[in-house]
Design a protein around this ligand. Structure first.
Ligand SMILES: NC(=O)c1ccc[n+]([C@@H]2O[C@H](COP(=O)([O-])OP(=O)(O)OC[C@H]3O[C@@H](n4cnc5c(N)ncnc54)[C@H](O)[C@@H]3O)[C@@H](O)[C@H]2O)c1
Length: 367
């Protein structure tokens, strides 16, 4: 008989973002965090005690736990594939934090392993399931800005080393502004325009080392091994295009996602959030017109919840591994273009996820 009731979740990686996931996944009626593991077992123990998680310890506390149906992998990017593959081998569905993997080959192998085992891979970001981007999508699909033509993306900041207590990974392979923040914007773009066909990028690095700004290691230096400013020009399969800057080298903090259509420009909510204002500017208009102020229904963990319900309902979940793979492919192609100074063809393709139903309620007990 098919299983019913809340879906058991086991978290691997008890660092900074695990707090938000624990708060949210334990607040939904349809998911329950039953175990937490970390390579640093004390980190898992401390989070378990903070959130009343019954089982904790090393990663086997999650992988060998029969109550765990979905492993939520919140490790640092270099460990994403190794931990996710271990989860698949243990017979669990897996939700990965972004990026899916560091390269195409290992990401592809992970998806293939899951498919042959009949298990699911979901992947962050799930911000495209937030009220902000869901409403913006409906506005675009309703023809409010005519035919969407181009998009402009800016994400500029001085970098996260001021606030993250262990920020080195954010400046190394699998991160930097392109791989760390890019997925939010690129996923939102793919949901609005469809898959990306080709991309050209230039990258640069302002400093070889940075200094930790907070926590017990404040003042320690670490190496920066990836570009910290990436400018790109890309074409979608549909023929439309976008330009983007992802930068940790800017004293100015600015985020922007604008979609220009034949009848107007849409100012989207920040795709690294789950809600915000949606505004339009008409060609003859003097100023921005507020179309909608959206309210957050749920935050990180929304994609896990959709996957948990999809498991019980036996339907596809929305934040698919294939979507994350395409976003990874765009970012790897951008990195290759930085080496060759040429446009790189993006090999993979993907279909837009189904929108959430209008009456979608994260707090409801549905399973
Ligand atoms: N911090 C944020 O605001 C934020 C937001 C969204 C997404 N993310 C993503 O979440 C992930 C984790 O980020 P974080 O900021 O929580 O990092 P973190 O460094 O604070 O925590 C990562 C945890 O994973 C553990 N870990 C690493 N390798 C492991 C392995 N092989 N097996 C078991 N445990 C292992 C570490 O011991 C650590 O406790 C990253 O992919 C990041 O991109 C972070």
């Amino acid at each position: 008989m098919a299983k019913t009731g809340p879906v058991g979740v086991g978290i691997i990686g008890a660092g900074v973002i695990s707090k938000t996931y624990l708060e949210n996944l334990n607040s939904f009626a349809d998911t329950r965090v039953v175990a937490i593991g970390d390579i640093v077992t004390e980190a898992a123990e401390s989070r378990a005690k903070e959130f009343d998680v019954p089982a904790y310890g090393a990663i086997d506390a999650v992988l060998k736990n029969d109550d765990v149906e979905i492993v939520v992998n919140l490790t640092t990017p270099a460990a994403h594939v190794e931990v996710a593959t271990a989860a698949i081998l243990a017979g669990k569905h897996v939700w990965n934090e972004k990026p899916l993997s560091l390269d195409r080959e290992s990401g592809g192998k992970l998806l293939a392993a899951a498919e042959s085992a009949g298990l699911r891979v979901g992947c962050a970001p799930d911000t495209f399931l937030g009220a902000g981007l869901q409403s913006a999508r409906k506005i675009i699909d309703s023809g409010a800005i005519g035919t969407p033509l181009t998009a402009l993306v800016l994400m500029q900041s001085p970098g996260p080393e001021s606030w993250h207590p262990n920020p080195a990974f954010l400046f190394q392979e699998g991160a930097g502004p392109l791989f760390d923040i890019g997925p939010y914007y690129l996923t939102a773009l793919v949901q609005s325009f469809g898959p990306v066909a080709s991309i050209a990028s230039l990258g640069s690095k302002s400093r070889e080392q940075r200094v930790i700004g907070s926590g017990p290691k404040a003042g320690e230096k670490f190496d920066v091994t990836v570009p910290t400013h990436v400018g790109s020009l890309a074409r979608f399969e549909s023929g439309q295009s976008f330009q983007s800057i992802f930068s940790f080298d800017s004293a100015v903090r600015r985020t922007l996602l604008e979609i220009n259509g034949t009848e107007g420009t849409l100012l989207m909510p920040d795709p690294n959030t789950f809600a915000g204002e949606i505004k339009v500017r008409r060609p003859a208009g003097e100023d921005w017109e507020l179309l909608e102020t959206t309210t957050e229904l749920s935050s990180r963990g929304t994609g896990v919840l959709d996957m948990a319900r999809a498991i019980r309902e036996d339907r596809p979940h929305r934040a698919q591994g294939a979507l994350a793979y395409h976003v990874l492919d765009i970012m790897v192609s951008a990195s290759e273009s930085m080496e060759t100074s040429e446009f790189v063809k993006v090999q993979s393709t993907v279909e837009r996820a189904e929108p959430l139903p209008d009456d979608w309620d994260p707090k409801a007990a549905t399973v």
